[in-house]
Structure formats: C-alpha cells, structure tokens
Design a protein around this ligand. Structure first.
Ligand SMILES: NC(=O)c1ccc[n+]([C@@H]2O[C@H](COP(=O)([O-])OP(=O)(O)OC[C@H]3O[C@@H](n4cnc5c(N)ncnc54)[C@H](O)[C@@H]3O)[C@@H](O)[C@H]2O)c1
Length: 309
C-alpha cells in the first residue's frame, strides 16, 4: 500500500501499532486512540512526520471531520478483555458495538474506500467441529464475543444496504512484540516468555494438551493490507491453519530461550476452550497465505522481550 491516507483506530495498542509501523513509510497515517490500554511508547520508534494522532474516544469524537479524505480505516479500537466484558457488558457494548457502528456510519458518509474490522475467533465459542470455517454457527460465550459478532453483522449490513466496502477479520491467537505480559488477563505467549526469561516457572492450566492456532502479528498486518486492497467483502478467518498444544508451545519457548525449565500444572480454568484451529481456505480469496515460520516469529518476540525488559 502506497500514498494512501489511512486511519488506524486503536493504533497505540498491540496490533494497531504494528499496522501503523508497516504503513508508516509510504502512507499518511492517522491514529485514533483513547490510551485506555494503548501507549504512545508503542510507536515511539517511528517517523512522526507522517503520523498524526487524535487522542480520544471513538464513541465521543467527531469521526466525520477526522475521516475527510481518508482512503482506508483499520478499526482495532475495542475493549478486549473477556473477563472485563463479563463484569461490565454495557461498556463492552458501548465501545465495541456502538463504537463500530459510529465508525461505519462516518465511513459511509465520508466515502471511505474500505473499513477493515478486527473481529475474533471468540465468535465461534467452544465447538468440537474443527477446523473452524466461516460457515460454522456463531456461539459467543461472553459479551466480548457477542460484541465482535455484532460488529461483523453491522459490517455486512453496511456493505449490503449502503454499498460501503467492509471486511471483518476473525483473528485467532495473535502474538508478537509489544504484547502486554503484565495484565491480569495476559495472553499465554507473552506470559510464558516474560516468566521464563526471569527464571520463573509458568503455569499451565489443565494437562497442557489444549491447543490453539497461534499467528504472528506480522501476519495479521499482511491480512489487513490484503483485505483493504481486495475487492472482496465479508468475514474471513485469519490464523495459521495449524494448531500447537500449550505443552508444545512451552517446549518451543524453552528451546528458543535456551533453557530447560519445567512448567507448573494447575487445575483447568472453567470456561477455557479445549481446542481452536482456523480453516483459512476462504482467506486465500483475499490473497492471504501465512508467510514465515512460527518458531522464527517466536524468536523475534523473545528478542523483543529481552531488549525491552
Ligand atoms: N490480541 C489478540 O489475540 C486478538 C484476537 C482477536 C481479536 N483481537 C482484536 O484486535 C483488536 C486489537 O487488539 P489488541 O490485542 O491490539 O488490544 P489492545 O488493547 O492493545 O488495543 C486496543 C486499542 O484500542 C484502544 N481503545 C480502546 N477503547 C477505545 C475507545 N473507546 N476509543 C479509542 N481507542 C480505544 C486502546 O487504548 C488500545 O490502544 C481488538 O479489536 C481486539 O478485539 C485481538
């Protein structure tokens, strides 16, 4: 993508900051972020002459004014914590559903070329039928997952009813540099790396045979750009199409950081799903084919944690 004006909502967050980083050299990038979980620090290494930042809440600011002359909107701002959504579903609804609706409405009115929404494999819930493809029934098990499903539906409606090009990308388990290991609800990869680098044994809940489809944030950025530039609308799984058990993941990280640690096994957590795996056939229609090697991406992530701890 070159010489475009793009907006990245949630651009100070983990995934959004990687989209900003990739597009920074050849495009004009505007970030909208309320800094609720995102940090300026995430983009401090970038060339600020081509980045503009609006520090505000997507549900409150005048989006149309900001969207004027924009080509693409990568919509990543959201309340992302599942446990927090269970405690406070109204806030999840306000930011993730009303916020998305406001983005779509402003995009429609300002003739945006395409909106790419960050959705989640959480919309599938827990199911035995793997790999998950886009035809699987939706079975959200949390308010967070329900907000993502609603966001997808609104994207579809705006494409069909108003002709606004939209794509919703269902991300599986994303990892990479700048992912927060410290929040109470941190994802497994940053948690393991952070602990193991400090010689602390990480906890595996259950027998470790549960599996996930882990995908690098760099591959997620590839998918976003392909989705924006493709003629396709609709919903697409974005994963690696391969699953890794938590035990295997632990051993790979041991290997990458050159240690021989043992995990601590604790009781399975209620609500944790057993397996997750993406069918990525449909994403091929937007040109998505995951590039690179899982272990190399893990190495790069470990290196970032070493440099930044
Ligand atoms: N990380 C994953 O594995 C994963 C998986 C599936 C989907 N997603 C989706 O990807 C997107 C990005 O997630 P992330 O992991 O980078 O999380 P993150 O918390 O790092 O990023 C979210 C960003 O949105 C901003 N934000 C939150 N509410 C806002 C509001 N009202 N107005 C403006 N900005 C606001 C935050 O400050 C933050 O910078 C989210 O939509 C999330 O649901 C992430």
């Amino acid at each position: 993508m070159k010489n475009k004006k793009v907006i990245v909502t949630g651009g100070l967050g983990f995934i959004g900051s990687h989209i900003v980083e990739r597009l920074n050299d050849n495009n004009e990038v505007l970030i909208i972020d309320d800094q609720s979980t995102g940090k300026i620090e995430n983009i401090k290494h970038l060339d600020f002459s081509k980045i503009d930042t609006t520090l505000g809440d997507i549900t409150k600011i005048n989006l149309e004014e900001i969207f004027e002359g924009t080509d693409y909107v990568f919509h990543h701002a959201a309340k992302i914590s599942v446990p927090e959504s269970l405690e406070d579903p109204l806030t999840s609804n306000e930011v993730n559903i009303t916020g998305t609706l406001k983005i779509l409405e402003a995009a429609k009115n300002m003739d945006i070329k395409k909106v790419v929404l960050a959705s989640s494999s959480a919309v599938y819930g827990d199911t035995e039928s793997l790999p998950l493809n886009e035809e699987n029934p939706l079975n959200p098990l949390s308010p967070y997952a329900a907000t993502k499903a609603a966001g997808e539906l609104y994207c579809n409606v705006f494409s069909k009813a108003y002709g606004l090009p939209t794509v919703a990308l269902r991300y599986f388990n994303v990892f990479g540099p700048r992912q927060d290991p410290n929040s109470q609800y941190a994802a497994v990869i940053p948690q393991f790396i952070d602990k193991m680098l400090k010689d602390k044994r990480p906890i595996i809940y259950g027998d470790g045979k549960q599996s996930r489809d882990f995908i690098s944030v760099k591959q997620i950025v590839d998918a976003n750009i392909l989705a924006a530039e493709s003629k396709e609308n609709g919903t697409f799984n974005i994963g690696l199409g391969k699953s890794t058990t938590i035990n295997q993941l632990f051993e790979i990280i041991n290997d990458v950081i050159g240690k021989d640690m043992e995990p601590i096994y604790e009781k399975e957590r209620p609500g944790d799903i057993k397996h997750s795996l993406a069918d990525i056939q449909k994403a091929k229609s937007i040109g998505f084919e995951p590039k690179g090697d899982f272990k190399d991406y893990l190495k790069e992530t470990v290196e970032w944690f070493i440099e930044n701890s």
